[in-house]
Design a protein around this ligand. Structure first.
Ligand SMILES: [Zn+2]
Length: 261
């Protein structure tokens, strides 16, 4: 009986938080804020932006990848407009095989990820979560009023977030859940691609893109939180996959808020 009451209280709390999810955030200029430009302005940005690109790149730039792509990394990240491969590669063209969905989830795009790993044979599968992720925030609340497609996409975040004990401020819990989600996706992949991981042909790397300096390593940092399921920061720093990274940089970028799953 007492258990049922606790569950009811918890559910009521979740319902109250629902009012604060994606939709109302837009009204407050938050994560889901609508664009302030018209469709015509947006389209003009696109075609003029591409015109600039064409004018600044010679034909020889495109010849190297006219018949095949050569990415060194398969990257799955959230669709959030603040997160892009340019944060680690100035020109990601032909270098980064990109898959995106809300909440950087493997199962929602598993065919595309299979293509990067099994056909393009990239040596790294990089899973990028990020600070202030609206998808993780939405999944922490109630999103029943979203469209059926959004509901379907967010349902996949329930499992990684199940370790949330509700302690601490919302901002703290939010970041912990971003980390937990990255851990969950890494864990899923090291099982899915176990043969490649065990033979050393593939490293599954979990990172959090931090544009609010939540980790104290500077705005814009890709914080390394997980390599092939290793979540202990000292173990990550010693991991052979990090052997080409200098000690000073390792000590700056290998950080965690949670203890791992
Ligand atoms: Zn996000």
């Amino acid at each position: 009986m007492k258990k049922a009451f606790v569950l009811l209280v918890a559910l009521a709390g979740m319902m109250a938080f629902a009012m604060n999810s994606w939709a109302s955030e837009a009204a407050h200029g938050g994560h889901a804020a609508a664009s302030s430009v018209s469709p015509a302005e947006a389209l003009s940005n696109i075609v003029n932006g591409n015109n600039d690109f064409v004018q600044h790149h010679k034909a020889s730039y495109f010849k190297g990848y006219a018949t095949a792509q050569h990415p060194f990394v398969t990257m799955i990240t959230c669709s959030d407009a603040r997160v892009h491969p340019t944060v680690f590669n100035a020109d990601p063209v032909d270098h980064v095989f990109v898959i995106r969905n809300v909440g950087n989830q493997i199962q929602n795009s598993c065919g595309s990820i299979d293509y990067g790993i099994l056909h393009l044979h990239t040596p790294v599968l990089l899973i990028i979560g990020h600070t202030h992720c609206g998808a993780v925030k939405a999944a922490m609340g109630n999103y029943i009023n979203e469209s059926p497609c959004i509901i379907n996409e967010l349902n996949g975040l329930h499992l990684p977030l199940k370790h949330d004990d509700g302690k601490g401020t919302f901002e703290e819990r939010w970041l912990l859940n971003v980390e937990r989600n990255v851990d969950y996706q890494v864990d899923f992949c090291i099982k899915k691609y176990a043969n490649l991981v065990q033979s050393g042909k593939l490293a599954v790397v979990g990172v959090v893109y931090d544009f609010i300096n939540a980790y104290g390593a500077g705005e814009g940092r890709l914080v390394v939180t997980n390599i092939n399921g290793i979540t202990d920061v000292d173990m990550i720093k010693k991991d052979p996959h990090m052997k080409l990274v200098g000690d000073e940089l390792k000590n700056t970028i290998v950080l965690r808020k949670t203890k791992g799953m």
